[in-house]
Design a protein around this ligand. Sequence first.
Ligand code: GLN
Length: 574
Amino acid sequence: MLRTTSMGRTFMQSRPTKYIFVTGGVVSSIGKGLSTAIIGSLLEARGLKVTAVKLDPYINVDPGTMSPFQHGEVFVTDDGAETDLDLGHYARFIGTKMSKLNNFTSGKVYETVIANERRGDYLGGTVQVIPHITDEIKRRILLAAQGFDICLVEIGGTVGDIESLPFLEAIRQMRAEVGSENVLYIHVTLVPYITAANEFKTKPTQHSVKELTGYGILPSIIICRSEQKMDQPLKKKISLFCNVDQDCVINAVDVSTIYELPLILHSEGLDQRIVEKLNIWTGTPNLKPWHRIVETIAEPKNGSVTLAMVGKYVDLTESYKSLSEALHHGGFANDCNVNIVYIDSEEIEKQGFEQLIARETDGYGIDAILIPGGFGSRGSEGKVTAARYAREHNIPYFGICLGLQMAVIEFARNIAGIKNATSGEFDPDSKEAVIDLMESQRKVRDKGGSMRLGAYPCVVTKDTLTHSIYKKTDISERHRHRFEFNNDFREKLEKAGLTIAGTSPNNELVEIIELPDHPWFIGVQFHPEFSSTPRDPHPLFTSFVEASLGHRKKRLSDDENSEEQRLRVVKNKK
Ligand code: GLN
């Protein structure tokens, strides 16, 4: 079939792509991203080819320059885009690889339109939000959707925000453009339970649907988030006031694990309603993998392990979203649960590592230590202390990006005798910067999009622990950093016993380090967490959790109450 868009582009399609637009109302952080990802997983489980796009209303060209306090995690794609953390949800629930096409912001849209205008592309026309901005939004959606049966499009923000108006207008226009039979609008809202009145309140949902309708968008399905299960009369009320079929009021009740959501939303009939509305013929979805994962979480045969994640943004666990999920995936592969105790590295500097761990775990202790990626010198000495503790006490250690850099600094100071070893990031004038900027990074002036970003090949050294984990030599992993292992110190550090377990193919960049006389001590310059999924856990996380189980067994074997200890779930006290 030949299809021509309003902008005159013509493309071939075997069967038309169906578009599902997901908007949110009432409050932010309502779980639109997760809902979009779950819809994708259910449709994929029915054999459809699915992709998902996130439209962010803010003016930043991408979230790469935003603080984790503002934005949470920045998810990196293979092709080097710094994207919204919702792409991490998509990547974990949908098999399709995310790329730079899957996320764009108002800033990016305006950047393109303004560049077009400067080139003279609009030939004397007045450049306006409608049609120029909305056309560019639609162009980007159509581009991302090419080749897919289903393209989910999530609109960031909440309906009623001034910022997101051009996006809403663009998705309204798309209905006429691609055909009403190929478009479905889903609205995600919150249905609060007011304890004093002892009842659910549907008014906020009614108002936000009314607002959306005012923009010309009529949702066909409403996903209602609620703390407790909603009953039929309540669904009937929402159906009546919001003009949707009663069986299209879907209740997304709070769950203890997000991996249960595909099962819950399927039992609410969500995917069935979607395929009916879009007139798609599919079989019933294969949800076995999700059942298996939920069973493991409910009754893990190997109990649980407790890991200390030592970082700076510990009050904001959204900054480590992919990482904490990847650790849970490692748990699924080992039939155990993973408790993550978030440790503020600045507190290590103040209180001492052992004391802090004892306090944070009520004396239980930890089975492994992980230092995630990060930026800036704040709390760095605490991280060095944590890396040292792991090395000296034979505790499994996993250093990711900054975590590798911290381990190298610690080793340089305390084993290789480079007393003032540091990173050029913390002290640009240091003569002992074992981690430093490459020449190419010294010339960088613009902060945005200028780090080493995206997937790079790496050659894993044979006869290393890392090689036994990957079971291959050639790997590719995603990066997001400026600083690198400084080759001026490579020989000295290797002589002192540091193993270089992986490098770039030309051997110029150190990508992986290991300590040979240690049960499990690995640092990687890249971010394996971005490619881990619940159905396909990354091997490094699987192996790390396995090593943590080994350490738990060793440290609790003399304990009379070891069985009780083994099964105990340590709650982070924060
Ligand atoms: N700040 C370090 C760098 O830029 C590490 C970055 C990271 O951990 N992602 O190299």
